[in-house]
Write a protein that binds this ligand. Sequence first.
Ligand code: COA
Length: 395
Amino acid sequence: MSLTVRHVTDADIPGVVALVADRIGEEDAPEAQLVLEDAEYDRRRWTVAVDGDRVVSTMGTYPMCARLGDLELPAALVEFVATATDYEGRGLVRRQFDYHHTDLLQRDELLEVMVGITYFYRRLGYEYALPVAPWQEIPSGDVPDVPEGWTVRVAGETDRQTIRDLQRPIQNSTDLSIGLSDQMWSFLLRSPVYDTLLAEHRGVPQACGRIYLHEDDPYVMDLAGGSRDGLLAILAGVGSRNPGRNLTVLTRPEASPNLDDLGSLSETGEAYYARIGDPLRWLNAIRPVLSSRLSASSLAGEKGEGMISLYASSIRFPYANGEVGEFTRGPREQAPISKGGSGVPPDLMTSLLAGPLGFVGLAERHPDMNGGSQQELMSVLFPPLTLDVQTWVVP
Ligand SMILES: CC(C)(COP(=O)(O)OP(=O)(O)OC[C@H]1O[C@@H](n2cnc3c(N)ncnc32)[C@H](O)[C@@H]1OP(=O)(O)O)[C@@H](O)C(=O)NCCC(=O)NCCS
């Protein structure tokens, strides 16, 4: 019988849940079920490969919210990728990614982020473009008490707007943020795997954080709040629910400075996978940001025709008076430098457009990332970015 790839239906749900339990983990299965039984979740986002009526491979995408400068950009997360052991190596995951890459472009979700199997997703077009922030390790003896006047409780789905409001200042503090959407928070707040804590001062919610237990050790993600006391209240809440355990907290741009004196920082060298599905469309979508970078630079008064070779194809764009014009596709340019253009390897495009190294940092590391006589223009248009990234699972 032939193997068919299609979006999930009601009848597939038990098979998907069993496959997720078998290949990813028992604790993940109820989350898959929760998503698939949610009437608000668009089932075209979740695919299966079936052999007859047996589900033998599966994966899903979920809406995320990205922001670059003042631009809000739809984005996506990939999760729950699994193939039955006896069907591995037949291209079923690759076929599903082909489906989703088309589907995501139709949704304008040009930027994808994920956490997953080491190296594997490079094969499917993803780059390790976005480093994971340092973790703060707080020994159990250093976990604070709840500050005077604060209370901590587990948040429910009805708190999701409050939680999103608490996340926003942090997300707005970086050049690029990729944040959990309203629907993602709806799933996470109902998930049996996580507890999201809300700290309230005189009944007003002011801080939150999401806890994952790994072998009884608490990991804290999405920590957010405007005051040190609020963040301490969250950590105290985590500590009192997990007495005697060390806390591991994912640091964030605005939240972490308040807590520097607790424990120590640990850099893991990990990175999120990311992929910009159509770099040309992304460049056109972010033209206002590119123009503001240009107009704020020493090239503000310059005018010209830019050319970026992706080696197998190229991208061209006009610029003048601090404005970047429309990006269009051009032919293959094997030797762009000799024609006044720059070279960018396509498998580093997401790192260039969304990563923390910028053009200069990447060019220092990769001989085929080359500015040529456009070096300054490339540095201005693609600076190093500060980041805040959220994902479903612990990165
Ligand atoms: C990893 C997994 C999803 C691969 O599924 P699959 O259906 O066998 O994948 P495909 O056959 O579509 O493989 C796609 C490509 O990746 C390659 N590949 C498969 N597993 C790989 C691995 N672990 N590392 C590197 N490459 C791998 C295949 O050879 C294939 O290459 P090609 O298209 O160039 O020939 C599957 O082995 C699995 O379910 N693992 C356990 C579950 C899991 O850990 N899920 C991830 C949670 S994020």
